[in-house]
Design a protein around this ligand. Structure first.
Ligand SMILES: [Zn+2]
Length: 288
């Protein structure tokens, strides 16, 4: 069986219709993985039973939309970023919910792939993914691979598939967390938005899919960040480099950069950027 990859997989063809399970039936691991994957990819304010994506996922996994919305709220109860905003999520999370939360946070690389694959199993493995131009890393053309190759195929194929799955998960999770606009200038144009890695893609394989290693940036602020022309302090304030300031006075730079100097980035609704990763960027890339 061949799978193709979808850019936004919730827009995939409707999955196999399954009979809705009784509310009290225990959640399977695959069901939890798929709902956690959805939790990462939609703003917390949209984790409601009337959200079409929630309804679609509920249909795919054979649960009611209300029970999926409740599970999303349960995951939210673990989220420190939501706590900091005074959002509590729902009480009543199970031990299995907590265990899955911990599993993701300990190994985003592994769990992001597991959750993407669980989703593809519910949908009958019919997926496609166009070439990515906007995420750091190898940019290959769209292609198909055998499903079983993901685990047992040639090592090069396995590596490429993992890269693509990490890219997709990372981009969708980061853009959703930041409400799909640049966290510096609030640019909302999708074609200009990217999911930037704080610790570069090439430096840490284990952080490639971790949304806390991500920032939603417009192309200009992404390029400037990767080049070390600005950085983020522990207070989440924007610090401009002397390398950039050397070009002042300049009208464009004043509007695009100086305007935001010392301001705090717009914080995401979940997955706050990890201070340790910001410090790595300052030490290794920032051109003070
Ligand atoms: Zn921007």
């Amino acid at each position: 069986m061949y799978i193709r990859y979808l850019h936004v997989y919730y827009l995939a063809e409707p999955g196999i219709a399954l009979q809705t399970q009784h509310m009290n039936e225990a959640w399977t691991r695959d069901q939890l993985l798929v709902v956690f994957n959805l939790y990462c990819k939609i703003p917390f304010s949209k984790t409601k039973a009337n959200n079409p994506l929630v309804i679609e996922i509920a249909n795919q996994i054979g649960r009611s939309a209300a029970s999926v919305a409740m599970k999303l709220g349960n995951f939210g109860s673990f989220d420190p970023a939501l706590h900091a905003k005074g959002v509590k999520g729902l009480s009543g999370a199970s031990r299995a919910d907590r265990a899955l939360w911990d599993e993701f946070n300990q190994d985003w690389a592994k769990l992001s792939i597991e959750s993407e694959l669980a989703g593809s199993r519910f949908r009958g493995s019919s997926l496609t993914m166009p070439p990515e131009r906007d995420v750091a890393g190898p940019h290959t053309d769209g292609y198909s691979v055998k499903f079983e190759d993901i685990h047992s195929g040639p090592s090069e194929t396995v590596r490429e598939v993992k890269v693509r799955l990490h890219q997709r998960f990372f981009r969708e999770a980061v853009l959703a967390s930041y409400g799909s606009s640049c966290c510096v200038c609030s640019n909302p144009v999708p074609q200009l938005l990217t999911a930037a890695h704080i610790v570069p893609w090439a430096d840490r394989e284990d952080l490639r899919a971790n949304p806390r290693n991500g920032l939603c940036l417009c192309s200009l602020h992404h390029d400037a960040f990767d080049s070390g022309l600005w950085a983020i302090e522990d207070t989440y304030q924007i610090q401009l480099s002397s390398a950039l300031m050397a070009y002042l006075p300049n009208k464009v730079l004043e509007v695009s950069f100086v305007e935001f100097s010392r301001a705090q980035i717009r914080m995401p609704d979940k997955f706050w950027p990890e201070r340790e990763f910001l410090a790595f960027h300052r030490s290794n890339l920032f051109r003070e």
